[in-house]
Design a binder for this molecule. Sequence first.
Ligand code: FES
Ligand SMILES: [Fe+2]
Length: 438
Amino acid sequence: MISQEMNDTLTRIGPGTDAGAVHRLYWQPAALSDELMTARPVVPVTLLGERLVLFRNEDGALGLIGRHCPHRGADLCYGRLEDNGLRCPFHGWHFDRNGQCVEQPGEPEGSRMHEQIRAVSYPVVERNGIVWAYMGPGDPPDFPNFDCFRAPESHVFAFKGLWECNWLQAMEVGIDPAHASFLHRFLQDEDPADSYGKQFRDKAGNTEIPMTKLLRDYPRPDILVEDAPHGMRLTALRRMEDGRTHVRITNQIFPGAICIPMSREMTITQWHVPIDDTHCYWYSMFTSFGAPVDKAKMRDQRLREHRLPDYAPLKNARNNYGYDPDEQRAATYTGMGLDINVHDQWAVESMGAIQDRTQEHLGKTDVGIIRYRRMLRDAIAHVKAGRLDALPMRNGVSPAAISGPLSNDAIAPDGDWQKVNAASDAERRAACSWDARL
Ligand code: FES
Ligand SMILES: [Fe+2]
């Protein structure tokens, strides 16, 4: 457990906060490219507690500017998308994609006041289905050479979902390898042939054992954590009764993301992005080492579970997440259906808007969470001391040299799980149609 003061320090992300300053030093997902595929590409974005508007101008370039008009605060999400910028409907002030006011049609002829007027604006770039924003000081860092950025667009599918809780508890579920044996337990195994686009439904490693069975049968993993250039690497080892070892490598990407295996073919790189202190979006990039991603199928699977335009899950606290005690008795550990996103959503939302960490009791399996909080605390101290070069991926190591991160499931016939895991990952990378070599 930690003090209330420390809990506030680690969780609050608005302007001027400690954790907010750390998040602002990294590119953050602001929207899906899908959201801009409309006749009028203007999208409200709330990110790190700041209300913004994202739009694409007639030249095709993106702008991310303050949502409230610098004149008298009207909402620019209702602006007229015209003349290569966004025009406030209240008095017609016109802003370009950098937030510069370029026209004030009601002011006296010849007025140059507009030259002094600028809306807040942040740099944005589009990468593999996501629009990224940099909200920090100075120049944004380069993108790391992660698989989700390296793979061609055909091999990456991006989606997002709203969770009604603080970002940190959302991220912490991703660095907790023990929960999969319980929260995501299925009492019966599905046919892995029906697993496309779903997590924990494939076979484990290169075997015929369904992942669901393996997680169910071996609920006490040994968890190793170590620092990595991107943040932290977690290794969960499940010693099987026949002498083999199941090894699962997952990652924390500093500050708010994880990278985990989804199936033999795909990994998931998932950002937990603070909207404000009590809401966050997960943004996932599903990256294929095999065939191009069937985006239509994956989008359709997920749109059936979410409401647009805010990507709020249809199962939520207002309908008890679809909880069915009969199902809980006979089919799943949660009684909340087969979609594991709903399980995670329940776990993190049911803690309360911001988990009260003064009341928790961390165990041995929470080693990743303990290590991560120390990393975040250290990063906060470095930012306060002006030592940005002490932060992961901002420490002078070329982002181009930071690849992977390796995320894989394998089963080793003996204790030599390092070798087997590396070989199993290298094998799929070598067979990949794009350059996935580490
Ligand atoms: S409030 Fe926007 S132009 Fe007046
Ligand atoms: Fe989970």
